[in-house]
Design a protein around this ligand. Structure first.
Ligand SMILES: [Zn+2]
Ligand SMILES: [Zn+2]
Length: 329
């Protein structure tokens, strides 16, 4: 399906999220949520330090890195293809069990329950780089170097402790909230967190046959992998709204960052994404590598995805900065 998709993309069926809401009665995050987020952010960081120490003392095994890679790819695609392009933006349609499969893989990347993630991200699109954006580096941090550093910190990780999960799910993720399967996956997020650690632990044990193998499987395939996926995802919020290239006429500060393209599975073509939020392809040029789009095309060819939203070259050309057709007087 070719579509001239523009603007905030909180589209699901006929339900479109509102472009603006007022935040005068902005809720506060519960203390337990703040503590939970602190642990989920700090623990993988501590594990990373531990992994480096271990790395110096005893070389990490090929098995550990293989488990890390498989878990990184599966849970990373759960976020990029699942949480983001499929469930937030409806860039393609697929069977319900596949939707749930992606929702579970995304949950295993430990970025909060699926319905919360989708609501926060749709709010980001509805208010990009303006008041109400949960994680803009450009709002409310003042000028000068202090403002820049404060803004980047907030966009990268600080928002997790202040603004994460505050978007109204009934408003921003209504159709997911009305889906009993998605509500169940959201509700049992902690179970998927445990599974996300149990799988690499079990794999390490089964391959090595030792408890030490189970421990390093947990460390590299579990905690270090969560740390890496966290920071690559957060870099889309911070780096890709701060430095990089732009070419379309968008009302925000989004950028394309080529060196993040492969680790983020194509999400770092983030300026393209803000120009055409519903597009299944974030990489719009031949050299803009976009592994998530390759997966969607693969699903399409296998008959497992349909109504894949793609942007015509003509439509892309129309939106190039300085190339807009004359509007009404
Ligand atoms: Zn953005
Ligand atoms: Zn998006």
């Amino acid at each position: 399906m070719m579509e001239n998709a523009t603007g905030p993309s909180a589209v699901a069926g006929s339900k479109r999220a509102p472009d603006r809401i007022t935040d005068s009665d902005k809720p506060e995050m519960a203390t337990v949520d703040k503590i939970g987020n602190l642990i989920s952010v700090a623990l993988p960081f501590v594990a990373m330090i531990g992994a480096i120490v271990l790395f110096w003392n005893q070389f990490v095994s090929f098995t550990d890195l293989s488990i890390l890679l498989v878990m990184y790819v599966l849970t990373g695609l759960g976020i990029t293809v699942g949480f983001h392009r499929l469930l937030t933006h409806r860039a393609f349609q697929t069977y319900r069990p596949i939707q749930y499969g992606f929702a579970i893989l995304g949950s295993m990347s430990v970025q909060g329950p699926v319905n919360t993630w989708v609501a926060d991200h749709r709010k980001h699109h509805a208010h990009t780089d303006r008041e109400g954006d949960p994680h803009s580096p450009h709002v409310g941090h003042g000028d000068g170097l202090k403002g820049v550093i404060g803004g980047l910190w907030h966009a990268h990780v600080g928002w997790s402790f202040r603004d994460h999960g505050l978007a109204d799910e009934k408003k921003y993720a209504r159709e997911l909230n009305e889906d009993p399967g998605m509500r169940w996956i959201s509700k049992y997020f902690l179970v998927f967190l445990v599974i996300s650690l149990a799988i690499p632990t079990a794999a390490g044990y089964l391959i090595s046959g030792t408890l030490a193998g189970a421990a390093t499987g947990l460390l590299w395939g579990g905690l270090v992998r969560i740390f890496l996926v966290h920071h690559v995802t957060w870099s889309i919020n911070s780096v890709c709204h701060f430095m990089g290239t732009r070419r379309f006429d968008t009302d925000d500060e989004s950028t394309n960052v080529f060196w993040l393209a492969l680790p983020s599975f194509g999400e770092a073509w983030h300026h393209n994404h803000h120009a055409f939020p519903r597009s299944a392809d974030n990489g719009l040029r031949r050299r803009e590598l976009d592994p998530s789009a390759w997966v969607i095309t693969g699903l399409e060819k296998a008959g497992l995805a349909w109504n894949v939203v793609r942007i015509t070259p003509e439509r892309q050309h129309q939106r190039l900065a300085g190339n807009l057709p004359a509007g009404p007087p």
